[in-house]
Design a protein around this ligand. Sequence first.
Ligand SMILES: NC(=O)c1ccc[n+]([C@@H]2O[C@H](COP(=O)([O-])OP(=O)(O)OC[C@H]3O[C@@H](n4cnc5c(N)ncnc54)[C@H](O)[C@@H]3O)[C@@H](O)[C@H]2O)c1
Length: 476
Amino acid sequence: MTTRKHKMRESEVSRNTEKTPPRISVVGTGYLGATHAAAMAEMGFEVIGVDSDPAKVAALSIGDVPFFEPGLPELLRKHVASGRLRFTTDLADATALSDVHFICVGTPQQRGSNAANTSYVEAATLDVARNLTHDGLIVGKSTVPVGTGARLRDLIRDHVPEGVRAEVVWNPEFLREGKAVADTLAPDRIVIGGTTKLSEAILREVYALPIAAGAPVIVCDLPTAELVKVSANAFLATKISFINAIAEVCVAAGADVSVLADALGHDSRIGRQFLNAGLGFGGGCLPKDIRALMHRATELGAFSAASLMQQVDEINMSQRQRVVDLAIEACGGSVLNKRIGILGAAFKPDTDDVRDSPALNVAAALHLRGAQSIVFDPEANDTARRSFPTLSYADSVTDAVTGADVILVLTEWPEFVNADAAELAELSNRAIVIDARNCLNTSAWTAAGWDVRALGRSSRAVSTDVYERESLLSVA
Ligand SMILES: NC(=O)c1ccc[n+]([C@@H]2O[C@H](COP(=O)([O-])OP(=O)(O)OC[C@H]3O[C@@H](n4cnc5c(N)ncnc54)[C@H](O)[C@@H]3O)[C@@H](O)[C@H]2O)c1
């Protein structure tokens, strides 16, 4: 095989930046890619989104977002209609018509390992490299283990067509599902790693609008850029597991973790966000990202980081068991044939994403113990049904609560927080609620007749459960 130098030459790249704006392809149009593609169109670029899933491409092409993300359908439709944004399954076509290629494919946890599966990123990058018809900048946005970018550079080296130059850089994404559009249009920072002077200039042109609006740009090497994203998620996960560990102490000591978290949050060095004790984190990012870091840190011999992440993961997963235990206790020692109203399936509000959702994990665990778990989520019923078809699904909060022996609030949707507690108490079989997100107004629910039990708030928990009290009363 011939080996060639593929560093982009200054003269050729500046041709691009001086004349027409770079045309953009976005490979992988899931939660990240679809949002990124629409946002790039909004910033004024010609964008082609590529996905290997024809159903996704068909939906996006007519302006339908195949998942729930507030504000995205409007943005997508606007730019599909304007002709600035289109979608295809034909990667060769998209590559030929673009100059900057964002890689936004998934990096799920590998089966049977904590490591990230980078095979989609490798395949997508290699496909772009092979199909280049002119110089291209390949920009990784997927969250990857440190070292992936360098490996990709080696991987594509001998596959870029003769006479064409390609560069691989990393530009990790920090968007939050539920706020993805605003986060992409106005990022709180832009990290670009492994760039030459010229590819940095191209990315500064791509992000000219947010940069002009004040978004700080951090230019760094490739491994630092990869690690920034993983470390951000590791820190957020650690914060959640920290407060859940403290919640355990609160229960043992008779303290209230929510009040404690408010008091901690006033310290500007700490901050109140990500200090809500409860069922813990889930979703398509945090769990797999901390496990991937655990795996990669171990490979690199950085054992402290690996053991810290192990603890964070253990604390987080044990919260799910705590909620299951609370449900069993609330049902008098067994959930067999008990009707359990499950409020929430998404891993957090404002999304229909149920990947590694703690809510569904709890619902399924109770179902396996013989409970009738009736799940309701305002947006995630369909995605949940696809992942857990054996669970039962309700069409409304009232359907889920009617006849329930206990209800569990597992996702803090406003619809649950603002529900009419008195009306629901009438509908339930026994008015016991487990507030696994510490999101309910305990006084209002208690006044409406509910027995409210919450994680980490011993002052709210009842010492004798309703079943026991009833049997004591009947003996008396
Ligand atoms: N979802 C988030 O909030 C978020 C935020 C920041 C970073 N990330 C990272 O972004 C990456 C993507 O996450 P996501 O949530 O969008 O995943 P996703 O599963 O929703 O989307 C990935 C898409 O890539 C497509 N795909 C896979 N291989 C392909 C290929 N060779 N060519 C074309 N399309 C291909 C899939 O069909 C799918 O539509 C992950 O690394 C994730 O960690 C996600």
